[in-house]
Design a protein around this ligand. Structure first.
Ligand SMILES: [Fe+2]
Length: 332
């Protein structure tokens, strides 16, 4: 078998997605074609195929769709390339990769330090690997709240000073209807704001808490509900704008953003709602429709995400692994 790589001139005539790959430095080894060759050449090809993935941009602002094998994503160089793409594109989709649970945990550990799902351990079989099983119908109230809260735009880990770096979601069983996952690229949305508005926002402080997320889930919370939420995630102040080490900016908004500090509640929430509406416009978003075996990885600090409604009989089951954050929230 032989490997043929497109040269710069021929790649420049490829469709838009492949041209982007070239510009991003992935072009030379992106497209692999098979032919006839010697056994030695075949060995060389195996080495090359381990690290080559086919990558296509989903929209100009967000997402990349990656065609790869499970061996490629775990091979030497695979996780490093995935991290680069993740930082650039926010969301990576591996359609029907059918990665094993062990492979999911291994990949999470290769992308950084895996955060074992101890806090959200639910007694499912995959917990032994540190994986959390997302499904409707959990009887424990905290778990039911946790899963229900995923239906609203949010960033994971806003109760911490260092939110998680990445989340990996693997589809065990797709929903019969509904249950898509939406993503909004906060880096792109903030960068598209006028400079004067960016500077105003950099002065603000926001309060996150579980009360914020649960106000959408509960019509009439009781004192016992408030006490339970405050025990899990009390009011936690953050700068509204988080400056990342690479110089990009993200916004600490979403359902857990309860109010702005030093503002009347209504005035502060108006700002938060205005920003949410801005960041979730179609040009900054991508909706993933799940198929069995899909793997989706998202760059948590740079995104909002949510699941679309589905009922507990839809059959939707995802396995989730998370990678610990390495960047503390700092003001812009
Ligand atoms: Fe989430």
């Amino acid at each position: 078998m032989a490997v043929r790589s497109f040269e710069r001139d021929s790649l420049s005539q490829r469709p838009f997605a492949l041209q982007w790959l070239w510009q991003a430095g992935y072009g030379a080894r992106t497209v692999v074609l098979r032919g006839q060759g010697s056994a030695q050449k075949e060995d060389e090809d195996k080495v090359i195929r381990r690290i080559d993935m086919i990558v296509e941009e989903i929209t100009p602002a967000i997402g990349a769709r990656i065609t790869a094998t499970t061996e490629q994503v775990l091979a030497d160089g695979g996780p490093e390339r995935i991290l680069e793409l993740l930082n650039a594109r926010g969301v990576l989709v591996f359609p029907q990769l059918f990665l094993s649970d062990e492979g999911l945990a291994a990949l999470a550990n290769r992308l950084g330090d895996m955060e074992a799902a101890t806090v959200t351990a639910d007694g499912s079989d995959v917990n032994r690997l540190g994986i959390y099983r997302i499904e409707r119908g959990k009887t424990d109230t905290n778990h039911a709240d946790y899963v229900a809260g995923n239906d609203y735009w949010h960033m994971d880990g806003t109760s911490y000073d260092v939110p998680g770096k990445a989340t990996l979601l693997k589809c065990e069983s797709p929903p019969k209807s509904g249950g898509e996952t939406d993503f909004a690229h906060l880096f792109a949305a903030f960068a598209a704001l006028p400079a004067s508005r960016q500077n105003e926002l950099k002065q603000l402080e926001v309060i996150h808490c579980m009360r914020g997320a649960m106000r959408y889930v509960y019509d009439a919370p009781t004192e016992a509900d408030y006490a339970r939420w405050d025990a899990v995630f009390p009011e936690t102040p953050h700068p509204l704008v988080w400056r990342m080490r690479d110089g990009r900016h993200t916004l600490l908004i979403g359902s857990t953003a309860y109010r702005l500090a030093h503002h009347e509640d209504d005035a502060g929430r108006a700002v938060l709602e205005e920003l949410l509406a801005w960041c979730t416009q179609p040009q900054f978003t991508y909706q993933h429709v799940w198929q069995q075996g899909d793997l989706v990885i998202f760059n948590n600090p740079g995104l909002l995400h949510r699941s679309r409604p589905y009922d507990e009989h839809s059959g939707r089951i995802l396995h989730r692994a998370t990678v610990k954050g390495a960047e503390p929230i700092v003001a812009a």
